[in-house]
Design a binder for this molecule. Structure first.
Ligand code: NAD
Ligand code: DAU
Length: 348
């Protein structure tokens, strides 16, 4: 049995990656390491938590002693590292948390893997973001050669952790791979992010806070297609390489919100146009990147990955999931969520 350590498995993307690996690879022992911040929720993994090849370890990746102890007690074959502070708005109000988890935590894991991991057969996989490349104008796409130019504290912390992973490859010959992905959508996403936040607010007849003029553009990929790309890159990617992952599916925020409103009107039995009346333009995000778009041809041509789900289909599936899982949404929006929401959106 190979011990594969997946960090951040209780979060949005991590839970989809864990589910895929636990069910597809019975010869791997999957260790989910997560400190369960506000964004981590073991409810996301109820369906697989009793599988024999799955275990959960509650641990903070910045806790050097605990990480060392884990790596010395278990022979870790490989690491797939997703644990992070992931929300851009929170990075603007509290950058230090992003430095600690995303930069320091990544280096703690790199050191532990270098000292105790299987550096001859295994690898360190860093799951990163397209935001490290900065922002695009109306044309062009990010390729693996685009220079790093991060604009938010979040993207600066992810760029920094990418650089540490590369540096460990160059300096210590650590086997590693990095992927940089565009915006994900799907089930189990914390409702601070655009799509689940808007679904939650439409359901509750609350204002839909669109930043600025709603003209910023994002490239949306179904989360299970990201998990599939991670699987493919983990198994077939070349050490020392970076792979871009994207959906080739660009949407202006305001168009996406209108589409969501139309579908929600139908699903909630509302008159056409009713949900869209909730759209409220609010103060823009500071340093708001205008456009992200990914050229994923390296991944497609070299490793044969491509998105499997058309956006219309994936989007509707996603909306249905949130409507059918009201208890999940209620659970994650109780407690600290109210304080966060008031702080972020009152007087905006
Ligand atoms: P998320 O916020 O939903 O989940 C993050 C997980 O990490 C949570 O379970 C949380 O408890 C855990 N965590 C946070 N700090 C930790 C710490 N110090 N120690 C241990 N665990 C900790 O994030 P997500 O959207 O699932 O993103 C996962 C990864 O993918 C991140 O590295 C993010 O940068 C990257 N990414 C996200 C997207 C996206 O669209 N969401 C796109 C590209 C890349
Ligand atoms: O590109 C990949 C990145 O995508 C990931 O690395 C990040 O972890 C992930 O959070 C996401 O970042 P964004 O900032 O693009 O996602 P978010 O859902 O926060 O916002 C999407 C767009 O919607 C963005 O242009 C800001 C806008 N927005 C967001 C919120 C929360 C609004 O207009 N109103 C809102 O209330």
């Amino acid at each position: 049995m190979k011990n594969i350590l997946i960090t951040g498995g209780a979060g949005f993307i991590g839970s989809h990656v864990i589910r895929r690996f636990v069910t597809n690879y019975p010869d791997y022992n999957i260790i989910n390491l997560d400190s369960l911040t506000y964004a981590g929720n073991l409810e996301n993994l109820r369906d697989i938590e009793t599988f024999a090849n799955y275990e959960f370890v509650k641990c903070d990746i910045t806790d050097r002693a605990a990480i060392e102890a884990l790596f010395t007690s278990k022979k870790i074959h490989s690491v797939i590292h997703l644990a992070a502070e992931s929300h851009v708005d929170r990075s603007i109000t509290n950058p230090i948390d992003f430095v600690m988890t995303n930069v320091v935590g990544t280096v703690v894991l790199l050191n532990a893997f270098k000292a105790h991991g299987n550096v001859t057969e295994g690898r360190f996989y860093h799951v990163s973001t397209d935001e490290v490349y900065g922002t695009l104008g109306d044309d062009g796409k990010f390729t693996e050669e685009t220079p790093y130019d991060p604009n938010s504290p979040y993207s600066a912390s992810k760029a920094s952790s990418d650089h540490f992973v590369r540096a460990y490859h160059e300096t210590f010959k650590l086997p590693m791979v990095i992927s940089n992905c565009s915006n994900n959508y799907g089930s189990h996403q914390f409702p601070e992010k655009l799509i689940p936040l808007m679904i939650h607010n439409i359901k509750n007849n609350k204002p839909l806070p669109v930043y600025g003029k709603g003209e910023n553009i994002r490239d949306w990929l179904w989360v299970n297609d990201h998990a599939k790309a991670i699987d493919v890159i983990f198994h077939s990617g070349k050490n020392g390489e970076t792979y871009n992952i994207g959906g080739n599916n660009e949407w202006k925020n305001i168009d996406l919100v209108h589409k969501l409103c139309e579908i929600m009107d139908q699903k909630l039995g509302r008159d056409a146009g009713e949900s869209a009346k909730l759209i409220t333009y609010v103060t823009d995000r500071a340093g708001h990147d205008f456009r992200y778009a990914i050229d994923a041809s390296k991944l497609e041509n070299e490793l044969g990955w491509k998105p499997s789900v058309a956006f219309d289909q994936g989007f509707e599936k996603t909306i249905d999931w949130y409507l059918e899982n009201e208890a999940w949404l209620e659970n994650v929006t109780s407690g600290n969520y109210q304080a966060y929401y008031n702080n972020m959106y009152t007087n905006r």
